[in-house]
Design a protein around this ligand. Structure first.
Ligand SMILES: [Fe+2]
Length: 404
């Protein structure tokens, strides 16, 4: 009786999250556990040892583990729980972004209220749709300062760059979805080394954890090679927005140019910050485009890139330009939404670039789903309850849109 009780207590105290993500060298299983040792792993019925990617450290009393997974693996488990492997056909890609709960000074979100912070609901609704791939376009970590005294909506919330925040903002609410599909993680500005960068670097960063620094610097782009589609993942977490940073512009220009050789066929750029996209109209001005990335991208993005997929603005937006990839922003999955109303962006001029057509849709929490068609991808933005709001057919460098 006593032995049984001890065993039960021990099992209950173990906390493990695991997932499969795309990394520069292919697929990688990852796990985070509050145990000293990595969980047991099995691939095609054969036991495998996960390696420690990041040992427990200050503010992170958890072990981060990794295991490369061969592209032709048929089954895999971590701690006896199945890992979601890529399906034979890539038909449906879910996109979420800007998912955490805002606690920063005067900006206080009711993290304990699923109506005010609906990320768990959204992750579960997406999981029910069983997408073939999940893309998170960045900004996971939002709890930077204490919940003010007397605020019941966020009472008890952790804050800072530490494991309790990463667990509360991302891993706990995303747990079901982490086990449903492989993931591509994009680094947001909330994951720079001034904010949630330690947790990013330990858990989700595609490259090896920089143990000496405790937080990784800007990562090089990497390419996710899918059947008929390449995803170029670019770390623009620290790209200066309101003015041109020449050194950064040079770096990103080289990265954009490198895609011509690094990719073959249709390519989407995945980067947290959009380029010629405002978050809305503030005091009569279109605000929120990236001055540095605009200089970097000008003449440098290869013709094979048909789409730039971003978050950063907490809304759904589709912008068609001339002779540029379509810009889609899907950053409405949890954090406080951008203000404003649904607007036709046709005719907007953003840092010298004119929007030909598209959609600007603030005001609703949700997620997006890309569905493969014969001649392109149908992208639909859904509410947090899974009700379609708007849909566009993305084909080559155009998106033909209609409200639902
Ligand atoms: Fe952001």
């Amino acid at each position: 009786m006593c032995i049984a009780l001890v065993a039960t207590a021990s099992a209950a105290s173990a906390e493990t999250y695991h997932w499969l993500q795309y990394a520069p060298d292919g697929l990688e299983a990852r796990a985070v556990t509050d145990q000293a040792a990595c969980p047991a792993a099995e691939v095609d019925g054969v036991g495998k040892a996960m390696t420690i990617r990041a040992a427990p450290g200050t503010q992170y009393p958890v072990t981060m583990c990794a295991l490369p997974i061969a592209a032709d693996a048929r089954s895999a488990t971590i701690a006896g729980v199945p890992l979601a492997l890529p399906r034979a056909e890539l038909k449906r890609i879910a996109v979420i972004g800007d998912t955490g709960c805002r606690l920063k000074g005067q900006a206080v979100q009711a993290c304990n209220d699923p109506q005010q912070w609906p990320f768990r609901l959204i992750a579960d609704v997406v999981a029910q749709q069983k997408p073939d791939l999940v893309i998170h376009v960045g900004d996971y970590h939002y709890r930077e300062t204490p919940c003010p005294a007397g605020e019941a909506g966020c009472a008890g919330s952790p804050y800072g760059d530490n494991w309790p925040v990463w667990r509360a903002d991302f891993f706990a609410p995303a747990d079901t979805l982490l086990k449903v599909s492989p993931w591509v993680f994009v680094r947001g500005n909330h994951e720079d080394c001034e904010r949630g960068g330690q947790g990013w670097s330990r858990a989700l960063e595609p490259y090896a954890f920089d143990v000496a620094k405790g937080c990784n610097g800007i990562g090089k782009p990497f390419i996710v090679r899918l059947r008929g589609l390449s995803l170029a993942v670019i770390d623009v977490a620290t790209a200066r927005e309101e003015r041109v940073d020449e050194a950064q512009a040079q770096l990103y220009r080289e990265q954009y140019r490198s895609l011509a050789e690094a990719t073959a066929g249709p390519t989407w750029i995945l980067q947290h910050r959009p380029i010629w996209s405002p978050g809305g109209t503030f005091s009569g001005k279109l605000i929120g485009d990236s001055k540095t990335l605009a200089v970097a991208a000008s003449g440098a993005i290869p013709d094979s890139v048909t789409l730039i997929l971003s978050g950063h603005h907490h809304l759904f937006q589709v912008l068609n330009y001339q002779n540029l990839p379509v810009q889609i922003v899907s950053g409405n999955s949890g954090d406080i939404l951008n203000p404003g109303t649904v607007t036709d962006p046709a005719g907007w001029t953003v840092n010298g670039v004119t929007v030909q057509s598209g959609m600007h849709m603030p005001g609703s929490f949700g997620f997006s789903m890309f569905e493969k068609q014969n001649d392109g991808w149908q992208v639909t933005n859904y509410t947090r309850l899974g009700i379609p709001r708007a849909s566009c057919l993305v084909k080559d460098r155009t998106a033909a849109c209609a409200p639902k």
